[in-house]
Design a protein around this ligand. Sequence first.
Ligand SMILES: [Zn+2]
Length: 317
Amino acid sequence: MTKPVRRRVVLLGGVAAGLSTALGTTTATATASVRTAARAAGFATRQAGPFEIIALLDAHGPFFLPLRESFGAATDEVWARAERVDPGAFGPDGAWNLDFRCFAVRLPLGGVALVDAGVGPASSPAKSWAPVPGVLLDRLAEAGIARDDVRLVVLTHLHEDHFGWSVSPDGVPYFPNARYVVQRTEIEALERAGDDVVLSYVVEPLRRTGQLDAVDGEVCLGRARGGAVSTLPTPGHTPGHQSVLVHGSDSRVVITGDVLVHAVQLVEPEVSYRFEADEVVARRTRLALLDDTRRRPTWLATAHLTRPFVRADEGGC
Ligand SMILES: [Zn+2]
């Protein structure tokens, strides 16, 4: 597991108030009622301590490169194991069919943390390659989550298919009550690279409204009796990539972002993805995360597999 650069607690805005209120006062009734609402609406969910994690599918479609051009090093035996884990990702003629998924983490006494913001509307920056428009806003409504209820938006990284619904094309944040949590190293890497698309589309509008929270390393986003939610630096796919760890006393969910983008990287974490910014660091991160999560019961909540939740030890030899 990647070591934290610096640990601090950010109980932000409404989340701070909500979780402070929740500490020591969470009731079984409150937790059960929100769990029932999401499941009754047909959403895949998992529970980690007092937190409910809800999978929200924004879009689905084929990738612009075939599988074997996206993950060059996998053997036939590895591909066969991957297909047993996630058969839905294998399309005709070697195509890679992938989901574009976000997750909502329900806080025990109200409020939601949204992890990733999907491909976005029809005119979003992801339109050149991803299946836009996404349907995240509709899915949130169907799950009973109002945009005003979202207190945190954690962006695992600043790729187009992960920030699409964070800010509108005319620069207005979709979640007016949210703090947007991004690793500072992710922003600094874009600034060093002279990026003129992502920074102007998503970072500058959030700076203007005062909603951007650039964080360093592992950060506790909130605690409640029996569990906590925190960021987990997982660099490699991008320089400042982060995952989100939600844990209870005997259960954990890691919302992985793009640490692994296909089941082939779950069954064989040495396999690199063609578009990783630093494949050596990405491989080291993936090996460390999967090694850690295989030591104790953990669900991986994935952005791009066609199964929202998988066990870290699925598909082994
Ligand atoms: Zn992605």
